[in-house]
Write a new protein. Structure first.
Length: 130
């Protein structure tokens, strides 16, 4: 009979069955996917936006009213805010020691990102639909 291999997991970790791959890997992948999405979305958004702004206020309104551009704007803002939320979550979890403060900051982080996206979506949809 073979000897069991020693592990570096704590007894509590063995009981819970939670290793670093149970939660951290998903967070890591989400951070990388949003970064890749932003590498594509932000330059595309900025190039089209610069062309729209060159034609003045009416051109900018027409730019946002175009369905393709409205979706592009919402995707870029959504990906940026989600990426920001994930990054700030890591900073708070790594550098804030007090559990109460950490919980409040994590909730505030999510709340601010949701409110900013809702405001951006409202503004884009108001222009696009009107």
């Amino acid at each position: 009979m073979s000897k069991p291999q020693p592990t570096m997991r704590t007894a509590l970790g063995k009981v819970r069955g939670l290793g670093s791959a149970k939660h951290g890997a998903g967070h890591f992948i989400a951070q990388r996917v949003t970064a890749i999405a932003l590498v594509v979305l932000v330059p595309l958004f900025l190039i089209t936006l610069i062309n729209a702004v060159r034609s003045g206020y009416d051109g900018a309104l027409a730019y946002v009213a175009d369905p393709f551009n409205a979706v592009l704007i919402l995707l870029a803002i959504g990906a940026a805010l989600y990426h920001m939320r994930l990054g700030m979550q890591v900073v708070v979890e790594d550098y804030i020691a007090k559990h109460g403060t950490k919980a409040v900051l994590l909730i505030l982080n999510t709340f601010i990102c949701v409110v900013l996206f809702a405001a951006a979506a409202y503004a884009v949809l108001k222009v696009a639909i009107a």
